[in-house]
Design a protein around this ligand. Structure first.
Ligand code: GCO
Ligand code: MN
Ligand code: MN
Length: 392
């Protein structure tokens, strides 16, 4: 059957899911779970049945409950390892749950309480060991509770300093222990806190340059999070690529102006999703593509499998569309016409020198003529629509 399906995923696509995503039981702030809870091993089994998945990621406590005894933990890990082997899945990424337990109600690395801040660092070091046991190479930091509900509660400059201290500390621990992790910072503007610190990927990119070991740290932009902030996700991804910091990516979807929806990738914003795929393909992103989404609360586990398979299928379809777009004569001709290259000028503007400055000051530009050059973006955008809708 796989042979007949041109959009069948394979592990080479590096699609990953989380224990917390496909295993999400459908609870929301207004309602109890609608699906029974699955064990980590059962979730792996489910992903194995979906087929074509590369790996499964976890928070420390998705795998080992926070109150588990040593013996319980060992048993869970044994079962999980067996399931991974059977389903031929890897664990490319691990992360820490620094948001569920009440101890983190006012943040973890940025809690006002020094004990909580140190505990968060301890918990993360333990999480790094757990991830390393399963071969994880990316360690994600999502500071869900790092923020405020009222500005009166924290000094944001001091809190940023605490966040920096924690990341610097953990970078050095990573080096000491030779885990070989690359850290990926994930921004989100709100939910669960009213205001989360470093709310967008751009903030994280700025913050990284202030760290002791900035090369170890990149970003994990998430589609939904930037949409929540009203930003253009492809542009966010482009910024991360340009900075050489796209270490990981969380793919899902979200309508602007709504609560955190975690929709299936490309289920809502087809056009943005297409341009995300185009960027990752054109710029040869080779990292994991993690679907950080939840099936609708109405889904049963058969439908959760359809949701997982659909996420990958949508990516593969968009990938095929990207190749088609890049080969499409009319589209490429139009793009070619729009780009006016002037090598003589480009040479001058590429690098500042007194001479180049003088040459540019002396250059003659016909403002009116330049303004009159056609930019047939309406045509181009319609061609894109036709292509995406399958009539081209
Ligand atoms: C969210 C976040 C999380 C993180 C996860 C991994 O909105 O809840 O996206 O799903 O990605 O904690 O760090
Ligand atoms: Mn999210
Ligand atoms: Mn995420």
């Amino acid at each position: 059957m796989a042979k007949q399906n041109p959009y069948a995923p394979t592990p080479a696509d590096r699609f990953t899911f989380g224990l917390w995503t496909v295993g999400n039981p459908g609870r929301d702030p207004f309602g109890e779970p609608t699906r029974p809870r699955l064990s980590p091993a059962q979730i792996v089994e489910l992903l194995g049945q979906v087929g074509g998945v590369h790996g499964v990621n976890f928070h420390d406590n998705d795998l080992v409950p926070i109150d588990a005894t040593q013996a319980e933990a060992e048993q869970i890990k044994r079962d999980f390892r067996k399931a991974l082997r059977r389903a031929r899945l890897r664990v490319p990424m691990a992360t820490t749950n620094l948001f569920t337990d009440p101890v983190f109600k006012d943040g973890a690395f940025t809690s006002n309480d020094a004990d909580v801040r140190a505990y968060a660092i301890q918990k993360t070091m333990n999480g790094m060991h757990l991830g390393a046991e399963f071969g994880a190479k990316t360690y994600v930091f999502w500071g869900g509770r790092e923020g405020t509900d009222t500005n009166v509660s924290k000094d944001p400059v001091q809190a940023t300093g605490w966040f920096r201290e924690a990341i610097n500390f953990l970078c050095r621990y990573n080096r000491d222990q030779r885990f070989g992790y690359r850290f990926a910072l994930e921004a989100k503007p709100n939910e669960p806190r009213g205001h989360i610190f470093a709310p967008v990927t751009g903030s994280m990119l700025g913050f990284i340059s202030t760290l002791d070991l900035p090369d170890m740290v990149g970003v994990n932009p998430e589609f939904a999070h930037e949409q929540m902030a009203g930003l253009n996700f492809p542009q966010v991804v482009a910024e991360a690529i340009d900075a050489g910091k796209l270490f990981h990516i969380d793919l899902n979807d979200q309508e602007a102006g709504r609560f955190d929806q975690d929709l299936r990738f490309a289920s809502q914003s087809y056009k943005h999703a297409f341009f995300v795929a185009k960027l990752l393909i054109d710029y040869r992103y080779r990292g994991p593509k993690h679907f950080d989404s939840h099936a609708y609360r109405t889904a049963d586990y058969a439908d959760v499998k359809a949701f997982a398979a659909g996420s990958m299928r949508s990516w593969k379809i968009l990938e095929a569309k990207v190749y088609r777009f890049n080969r499409d004569r009319r589209i490429q001709n139009l793009l070619g016409k729009i780009h006016h290259d002037r090598p003589q000028l480009a040479r001058l503007t590429r690098r500042y020198s007194k001479q180049n400055a003088k040459a540019i000051l002396n250059a003659e530009f016909n403002r009116k003529k330049l303004a009159a050059r056609p930019l047939p973006y309406e045509q181009l955008d319609q061609l894109l629509f036709d292509l995406l809708m399958g009539v081209r």
